[in-house]
Ligand binder design. Structure first.
Ligand code: HEC
Length: 110
């Protein structure tokens, strides 16, 4: 048996998997999103001066930032107390949510 006979069906499976990926990858709305949306927006686009946009940010970075606020390694008045109300699973859900949102584009009106 030679390679093309194997790769043809394999690539069909891959294409089907890629087509399905966006729907599967979209994270569920986190239970604690309401704690964050006043400042960071549901979509991760800040409407408040001094508040960073989170949309499209690296998921692992967001998890680390929230864990660092929670542990006290990183200190900032609203975030430290907010992160104390989060369990590790909340941090994972919120980081996945904000990482999956379309990133901020300056001048786009978002
Ligand atoms: C009262 C307004 C407010 C609320 C509510 C709030 N944040 Fe923040 N958040 C901020 C501000 C201001 C900063 C910048 C803090 C700093 O300089 O460290 C920040 C920083 C962050 C960062 C670090 C961003 C970076 O680029 O390093 C993350 C992640 C974050 N917030 C997630 C959340 C999540 C998740 C929630 C909900 C549980 C939340 N925030 C609720 C105001 C808020």
């Amino acid at each position: 048996m030679h390679t093309p006979a194997l790769t043809f069906p394999a690539s069909l499976v891959l294409i089907a998997g890629l087509a399905a990926a966006p729907a599967l990858a979209a994270p569920a709305k986190p239970a604690k999103l309401g704690l964050c949306s006043a400042c960071h927006g549901v979509d991760g686009i800040s409407r408040t001066p001094g508040t960073p946009h989170l949309a499209g940010q690296d998921r692992v970075y967001l998890e680390r930032a929230l864990s660092d606020y929670r542990s006290g390694k990183r200190q900032h008045v609203p975030m430290t107390s907010l992160a104390n109300a989060l369990q590790p699973r909340d941090i994972q859900a919120l980081a996945a949510w904000y990482a999956a949102q379309p990133g901020f584009v300056k001048g786009s009106g978002r």
